[in-house]
Design a protein around this ligand. Structure first.
Ligand code: AVI
Length: 321
């Protein structure tokens, strides 16, 4: 049941929180998990043994570095543009190889957070000073718009970490289309997609016993408390994960443990929860080749190659127009 929200707020966060918590069923967008604390919790998730995605992508990048680098390279060298660069831990494997082999390239990490870009630039200056770096601050959408006439040489656009998995298929197609429009015929896209696998392995990755993922998920409520002057008691909510092996969709929820009322003062809003009522917070989509090919086709792209890790858990695909 979609209710019309007639109030307008100055921030996306306030707007989305109002919209999501006054709908039935309730939802919040996972993109708001990532404030400074959320970024740190995600770093901790990537170091958890259960969160296999990071190691699998490391494994792929290490095993296939030289082949991947050959795909990146163009006649006049290339610009490596990374959307959502984070701390660049995985990217450094590729960058070191590109430097060692004397490729003519520039690295352009793109992120909404200038702070993340500054940290990355400093750490690259220290670890691989030979890399020429040009950071691009802004939303993916805005940066992609400007990328269309970015340069005259080949663009290798890179998105690691199965970040696309946090988008429903229609939004994922929109995202791929935006990239496709910014690409010339010579350009390529290199993107990670977590694969369908034993449902237990997937559930464990999003349901760790130490509670890091739970804190990550609940950071949405912590942020609402902090930024919108609300009084969520995070103890009154339970982190719950489901995985549907047919659709490949892992879903995160926060489940209200009792009947309760929460005030969000900045929004002049009181929200009532029934016992066991849910807030849907995140999807983490898992893929197979057929679905990736379908998404690519819908976005006007073709899969031309893919690389997989030793366990066959994860794949990085190369797409062209
Ligand atoms: C960033 N993204 C790809 C992660 C994922 O696997 O969906 C976010 C995450 N959520 C819980 N654990 C990690």
């Amino acid at each position: 049941m979609k209710k019309e929200n007639t109030t307008t707020y100055t921030s996306d966060f306030a707007q989305d929180v109002h919209e999501g918590l006054t709908q039935y069923p309730k939802y919040l967008s996972s993109k708001f998990i990532y404030d400074e604390k959320g970024d740190k919790l995600f770093q901790d998730i990537m170091n958890m043994p259960e969160y296999y995605l990071t190691n699998c992508e490391f494994n792929i990048l290490k095993k296939h570095t030289s082949l991947i680098a050959d795909y990146f390279n163009g006649e006049k060298g290339f610009d490596l543009i990374e959307l959502g660069a984070g701390d660049g831990k995985k990217t450094k494997i590729l960058l070191q190889h590109l430097v060692d082999k004397n490729y003519d390239f520039k690295y352009s990490p793109v992120d909404i957070s200038q702070h993340i870009l500054d940290d990355l630039e400093h750490s690259l200056q220290k670890k691989i000073p030979e890399v020429s770096v040009e950071t691009l601050q802004g939303s993916y959408f805005k940066v992609l718009e400007n990328l269309a006439d970015y340069n005259t040489r080949k663009k290798a656009i890179m998105v690691l970490g199965s970040n696309i998995g946090n988008l429903m298929h229609d939004k994922a197609i929109e995202f791929l289309k935006n990239i496709q429009v910014a690409m010339s015929d010579e350009d390529m896209l290199f993107m990670g997609f977590d694969q369908k696998k034993n449902p237990e392995t997937i559930l464990n990755a999003y349901n760790d016993p130490t509670g890091i993922t739970e804190r990550f998920n609940k950071n949405l409520l912590v942020r609402i408390n902090k930024e919108l002057d609300a009084n969520f008691d995070t103890e009154n909510f339970k982190h719950w994960e489901t995985y549907d092996p047919e659709t490949g969709t892992a879903k995160s929820f926060l489940v209200s443990l009792k009947e309760q009322e929460v005030s969000i003062n900045e929004l002049n809003l009181n929200i009532n929860f029934k016992a066991w009522e849910t807030i849907h917070t995140e999807i983490s989509q898992k893929y197979d080749d057929e679905v990736v090919e379908w998404l690519a086709d819908e976005a006007g792209l073709k899969v031309i190659e893919f690389f997989t890790d030793d366990k066959g858990f994860y794949k990085n695909y190369i797409f062209k127009k």
